[in-house]
Design a protein around this ligand. Structure first.
Ligand SMILES: [Zn+2]
Length: 373
């Protein structure tokens, strides 16, 4: 009986939340700050400010990818990585009567645009606007026209092109949504572009845990918050070339498939709250993946599995296929409503992704033999 009690105590200790009140404060600030693809610097500043106390040094590359480093002198290099950019829109055309037509900057969803409030980023500051939409009363006929890139438009309260331009808006101005961070039922974090700023948050939390638990790693740890993932893994491509790591563990989001209109036979059966997702894909190095799974099993971290055809569509691909081939793996966080303004993730999954990255790092040694033959 006494033994059992001890075991129970251990489990209680183990499932102690990882994310603290103070970290959630940072997360809220970080999520509410706009960080559009190609324009990520304000977010990177916040991230560096948060992570600095936990690392030895840091740098930023020409396009804005931020790197925080532990043991910079070490020859063997391990990367943990997430992406810092937020999908957004670009101003593409301003009509004579002052309406603004947009193009995507990343995979922004035209279906959710109508009636959303937005911020247009200009040198003169934020210009407010709304995605207009014809009233239900004015839409006649059997066949409803859905929102497409050709018919969605922004109204910023101007009636001429000149008025719009006088506000500082021009072709190429970038646009983000207003929606901010909330917590639902003390269980889910909700916000825009949790994909994948939650990843930047989680890798920063790994650095915090390493520091707070006085762990010294036998290799250089490069904590990378990469830019420009949403338009084709570009920030990761650049920084992989610069760091030339031996190992890369990437974290990004994946689809929870439990809500309506998602086919589990196509998308797999993944659920928020059931733990981090490990991936099977050619870019995922099999023995690094086994190391992750062993870490999860040994540390009692629940996990799920996902398979990908050809590519993972994440920065994992960029790292794996860089240099001479970098041993890479992916730890995904299940997320509902990807690329909407109400992306939802489970608090427990966030804790467990942080724990899984942390536990995996503790199991990597320089010169670890990852080859099968
Ligand atoms: Zn995305």
């Amino acid at each position: 009986m006494a033994k059992k009690k001890e075991e129970k105590q251990e489990i209680i200790n183990e499932i102690k939340p990882v994310v603290t009140e103070n970290s959630v404060k940072f997360l809220e600030k970080y999520i509410n700050n706009p960080s559009p693809t190609g324009f990520e610097w304000e977010g990177q500043k916040l991230w560096l400010e948060y992570i600095k106390p936990y690392v030895d040094e840091h740098y930023v590359d020409n396009y804005g990818t931020a790197v925080a480093v532990l043991n910079p002198q070490a020859e063997y290099k391990v990367v943990i990585e997430a992406h810092a950019d937020e999908i957004s829109w670009y101003v593409n055309y301003i009509s004579k009567d002052g309406l603004i037509y947009v193009i995507r900057n990343g995979g922004s969803d035209h279906q959710i645009a109508p009636s959303k409030r937005v911020n247009i980023h200009t040198d003169k500051g934020i210009v407010k606007a709304v995605f207009g939409w014809p009233a239900i009363h004015t839409r006649h006929g059997e066949k409803e026209e859905g929102p497409t890139l050709k018919n969605i438009f922004l109204d910023c309260g101007c009636v001429t092109k000149e008025e719009v331009e006088a506000l500082g808006v021009h072709v190429g101005s970038v646009i983000t949504y207003e929606d901010e961070f909330i917590i639902l039922n003390d269980r889910y974090y909700v916000g825009r572009a949790l994909d994948n700023r939650i990843g930047g948050f989680m890798i920063a939390e790994v650095a915090r845990l390493l520091k707070e638990n006085n762990k010294t790693l036998p290799f250089g740890l490069y904590i990378v918050n990469a830019v420009q993932e949403e338009i084709g893994l570009r920030g990761a491509e650049m920084i992989a070339h610069r760091i030339k790591p031996n190992v890369a563990i990437v974290t990004d989001v994946t689809h929870d498939t439990q809500t309506p209109m998602i086919n589990k036979m196509v998308q797999g059966d993944l659920s928020c709250g059931k733990g981090p997702v490990v991936s099977y894909a050619p870019a995922v190095q099999t023995n690094l993946n086994k190391l992750l799974i062993k870490a999860a099993e040994e540390a009692n971290i629940p996990f799920q599995r996902q398979a990908s055809s050809r590519s993972t569509g994440t920065d994992t691909d960029a790292f794996a296929y860089s240099n001479d081939g970098v041993v890479s793996a992916l730890i995904s966080l299940p997320l509902r409503y990807m690329h909407t303004t109400v992306e939802m993730i489970h608090k427990d999954d966030v804790d467990n992704v942080i724990r899984l990255i942390y536990e995996s790092l503790l199991r990597i040694t320089p010169g670890y033999e990852f080859r099968n033959i």
